[in-house]
Unconditional design. Structure first.
Length: 167
C-alpha cells in the first residue's frame, strides 16, 4: 500500500501550530483539512492530551464551530487525532491558514474560558460521557491559544522535508 500524505510529515521536527494537512477536490467543491497541532510530538515537558481532555475539547469545540455565525455552514468535521497531539478540522472551500486563524482563536479562547456543564455530556448523548476532564481541557486549550496568538512562521508551515543525501 502507498504511504498516505500525513505519514510523510516529519513528526520529529513538527512544532505546535496550525497547518494545512490537505486540500481535496470533491465534485466541484474543495475541502480543506487543517492539522490543529496542539502538542509538539515527543515533547517531554508537555505530553499528549489525556483522553478526558481531548474528549471535552471535542464536545466543546464541535458545539462552538457548528454555531459560529461566519463558519457554521462550512464546517464538515472536527475530531481528535488518535495520537492525542491535536485535532483535524475539515471545512468547505479552498481555505488558507490566515483566513481560518480567527475562527481557531475564537474556538480555543472559548474552551479555555468555559464554565459550566459540558454539552452532550450524558449517557444518552455520548458513548463514554464519564471520560471528560474540563480542567485539563481548559489548560490544553489555553496553551494552544497562546501558541497561535503569538504564532511564528514555523507554527503555520510544516517543516520542509530534508533533502535526501545523494549516494
Ligand atoms: Zn462524547
Amino acid at each position: 500500500m502507498e504511504k498516505i500524505d500525513s505519514f510523510k510529515i516529519d513528526h520529529l521536527r513538527l512544532k505546535q501550530g496550525l497547518y494545512i494537512s490537505r486540500i481535496d477536490k470533491v465534485g466541484y467543491e474543495y475541502l480543506t483539512t487543517f492539522d490543529i497541532r496542539m502538542k509538539k510530538p515527543y515533547d517531554v515537558d508537555d505530553s499528549v492530551m489525556t483522553t478526558g481532555s481531548i474528549h471535552a475539547i471535542e464536545h466543546l469545540g464541535s458545539m462552538f464551530l457548528r454555531n459560529d455565525e461566519l463558519w457554521k455552514n462550512k464546517i464538515i468535521y472536527f475530531g481528535p487525532m488518535g495520537c492525542r497531539t491535536g485535532f483535524y478540522l475539515i471545512v468547505e472551500g479552498n481555505v488558507d491558514t490566515e483566513t481560518i486563524l480567527p475562527l481557531i482563536e475564537r474556538t480555543f479562547d472559548y474552551i479555555a474560558e468555559y464554565e459550566g456543564e459540558i454539552p452532550g455530556c450524558s449517557p444518552k448523548e455520548c458513548g463514554n460521557y464519564i471520560d471528560m476532564d474540563l480542567n485539563e481541557a481548559k489548560r490544553d486549550a489555553a496553551i494552544y491559544y497562546n501558541v497561535i496568538i503569538d504564532g511564528k512562521k514555523y507554527n503555520f508551515n510544516y517543516p520542509k522535508p530534508k533533502e535526501s543525501k545523494k549516494n
